[in-house]
Design a protein around this ligand. Structure first.
Ligand SMILES: [Zn+2]
Length: 67
């Protein structure tokens, strides 16, 4: 995990408003609640958005639903 945190940020205009406002995780769209970490900052239309993601990592996607 040595890559710079801003290397793979999504485009701000591809996020939904809840992700832009740091309510939901910018990577997996889960509700952050009281915990989260700064993923990086992205500039969009002259504004600086701080993107937040899950702590410590986004949960793995559920494939195939519940067993
Ligand atoms: Zn997440």
């Amino acid at each position: 995990m040595s890559a710079p945190p801003t290397a793979r940020l999504p485009r701000v205009d591809q996020l939904n408003p809840r992700q832009q406002m740091a309510i939901d995780c910018a990577r997996c769209s889960r509700r952050l609640g009281m915990v989260g970490r700064v993923w990086g900052e992205a500039r969009y239309r002259g504004r600086l958005f701080r993107l937040w993601v899950c702590v410590p990592e986004c949960p793995p996607p559920v494939v195939g639903g519940t067993p």
